[in-house]
Structures are given as structure tokens and as C-alpha cells.
Design a protein around this ligand. Structure first.
Ligand code: SPV
Ligand code: MG
Length: 291
């Protein structure tokens, strides 16, 4: 049996572009697996939102790890864990890598912001970056701490998010490759893909790129593949947004209708939830062990 990390590496090599869906719960992970994604993004933004909190280093590593373990227990897909800034300095990163790898992650993304971070897409968010050398040390620490060579360390630069421009972003990306990163995630909050496409065309690094097309949704797989060096796309907040849309719609209709008499026709039946809960297995176990 190949490890999930090995399978993720093979899938990247085979397809040239893996599609990674954001999750905030085991249920959302099961739905992403059934829909056909290549892997899961254990998103900090989504888990923060699930708690009704902003994505600003308020969720602890323990909370995020607990959820990631619960997700790993209900899916066979590889998990890319969003560990934000790595929860501190290089020493914290070593601890985080050990914990996440042991808990079933196949990859981590670490970003070059200072702790505590501010969510990337907020207009006028405070975006402060670490000095390059300090972040290189965190990447070196991550690479040294992994047990399996298949575990993927992704370095994320927030240079474009911080408004520092493409030259700084390229410089940082190359420095992180030199420190041992397996892939570089380039993020942008510009409402069109021009910054990302330009970065991709200028990228001379020896490792492939990762993107999170949240702000520029028109960058679809055909356009991404045409760029040639982006091998992973993460659908960063689509799980929690889809869930929010569905709940807002159903909850408002129940209030408006004065009951559930209409809404029940447009949502899944409880039998579908039983299926997702694996109730069949419970029934079989009952027959076998409780008879
Ligand atoms: C996340 O999903 O937690 C991310 C992507 O890091 S973003 O929120 O766009 O920064
Ligand atoms: Mg995040």
C-alpha cells in the first residue's frame, strides 16, 4: 500500500495538475472525495470560519490538528495541511512537522508572514513578512524534521499579498527553493489572474508552483495547465462558502415559510446522511456482535 504522500507525488507526476479541495470537517472531506478531488486542503480559513472566528492565528495548533486527524480518519485522500506561519519560529516548525506528519498529513504549507498572521484576502490587512533568511531557516527545519522523503514541504510567499511586487516574490520563492522547499505557493489577492500568470511566466525555480485561485476564479484548469509550471491548485474557501450558501438559503426559507414543509423537498434526505455516516456498517456490526 502506497502512503498518501507517495500517492500525491505520483498523482502530480501523472496528471501535471492536482485539484485540492478545502475542507473544515470530516463530512466535507467525504463529500470532496466522492466528488473526485485529488486531495484535501486542511484550511485555516475554513476552520476559523467554522468556529465563527477570523483567520488571524486564533485557532490553536491543537484545534487544527484535532480536526485534521478526524478528517484523516474518514478519507483516503492525501491531506495538504495549512500550518499558517508554523506556529512560531523554526523550533515550533520542527514540532509542527512531526505532529502533522504523524497525524496523517501528506504535505504542509508554511507562509512567510510574521506570527500572528492576518488573513491574506482582507482589504488593507496588515501583512508583515519575515526576513528571507529567517523564513529559509524555518523551511530548512521543516525539511529536516520530516520522517518520509515523500512528505511535501510547500513554502508560501505572501510578497504579492503584502504589495512588495513580483521581483521580491521571485527572490523569496528562489530563496525558499534553495532552503529545500519541494514546491512554492504564490498567492495574490488581485481580482484578476494577471499577477499570478506573470509570476508563473517569470519563475525560473527548479520546483513547481501551487496556487489558490480564490480572488481570480477565472483561472481554470485549462489556463493553469497552459502556464506549464503550476502543478497544484487549491480551492481555498469553496467548502465553507458552499455550506454557508446552502444553510443561509434553507434557514431563511424555514423562517419565511413558518415551517419545514417546503425546504425538505430541496435538501438531502436523512438517508443520505445515514449513508455518509456509514450506518450500513453499524447495522452489520450490530448483527454480528450484538445478536
Ligand atoms: C486558507 O484556506 O486558509 C488559505 C487560503 O490559506 S487564503 O484564505 O486565501 O489565504
Ligand atoms: Mg490559510
Amino acid at each position: 500500500m502506497l502512503s498518501p504522500a507517495k500517492r500525491l507525488r505520483l498523482r502530480i507526476a501523472e496528471t501535471g495538475l492536482v485539484h485540492i479541495m478545502a475542507t473544515h470537517s470530516p463530512l466535507s472531506a467525504i463529500l470532496a472525495e466522492e466528488a473526485g478531488f485529488d486531495g484535501l486542503w486542511a484550511s485555516g480559513f475554513e476552520l476559523s470560519a467554522l468556529y465563527g472566528l477570523p483567520d488571524m492565528s486564533l485557532i490553536s495548533m491543537t484545534q487544527h490538528l484535532d480536526m485534521m486527524r478526524a478528517i484523516a480518519g474518514r478519507t483516503t485522500l492525501p491531506i495538504v495541511a495549512d500550518i499558517d506561519t508554523g506556529y512560531g519560529n523554526a523550533i515550533n516548525v520542527i514540532h509542527a512537522i512531526r505532529e502533522y506528519e504523524r497525524s496523517g498529513a501528506s504535505a504542509v504549507v508554511i507562509e512567510d508572514k510574521t506570527f500572528p498572521k492576518v488573513t491574506s484576502l482582507a482589504a488593507d490587512g496588515r501583512q508583515e513578512l519575515l526576513p528571507i533568511e529567517e523564513f529559509q531557516s524555518k523551511i530548512r527545519a521543516a525539511v529536516a524534521a520530516r520522517q518520509s522523503a515523500d512528505f511535501i514541504v510547500i513554502a508560501r510567499t505572501e510578497a504579492l499579498i503584502a504589495g512588495l511586487g513580483e521581483d521580491e516574490a521571485l527572490k523569496r520563492g528562489l530563496a525558499y527553493v534553495e532552503a529545500g522547499a519541494d514546491m512554492v505557493l504564490i498567492h495574490s489577492k488581485k481580482k484578476d489572474p494577471s499577477e499570478i500568470e506573470s509570476f508563473s511566466r517569470s519563475w525560473k525555480g527548479s520546483v513547481p508552483l501551487v496556487i489558490v485561485p480564490n480572488a481570480y476564479p477565472e483561472l481554470d484548469s485549462t489556463r493553469i495547465k497552459a502556464l506549464g509550471n503550476i502543478k497544484m491548485t487549491i480551492y481555498g474557501n469553496y467548502g465553507i462558502r458552499a455550506a454557508t450558501t446552502a444553510m443561509q438559503d434553507a434557514f431563511r426559507r424555514i423562517i419565511a415559510d413558518g415551517g419545514v414543509q417546503n425546504v425538505h423537498k430541496s435538501i438531502v434526505k436523512v438517508e443520505e446522511i445515514f449513508r455518509l455516516q456509514n450506518m450500513e456498517q453499524v447495522k452489520a456490526d450490530e448483527a454480528r456482535f450484538l445478536a
